[in-house]
Design a protein around this ligand. Structure first.
Ligand SMILES: [Zn+2]
Length: 40
């Protein structure tokens, strides 16, 4: 049984691929390179 945790989201950006900046705009997540997926 494998399902809900099969898609490995990046823990830093919660799978978005970017960070929302407080001052406005967004910055690409360096951890996943903007894919939002955790690297193997
Ligand atoms: Zn990320």
């Amino acid at each position: 049984m494998k399902n809900q945790f099969d898609t490995k989201e990046c823990l830093y950006c919660s799978g978005k691929g970017y960070f929302q900046l407080l001052l406005g705009g967004s910055e690409t997540c360096n951890c996943c390179g903007g894919t939002g997926k955790k690297k193997e």
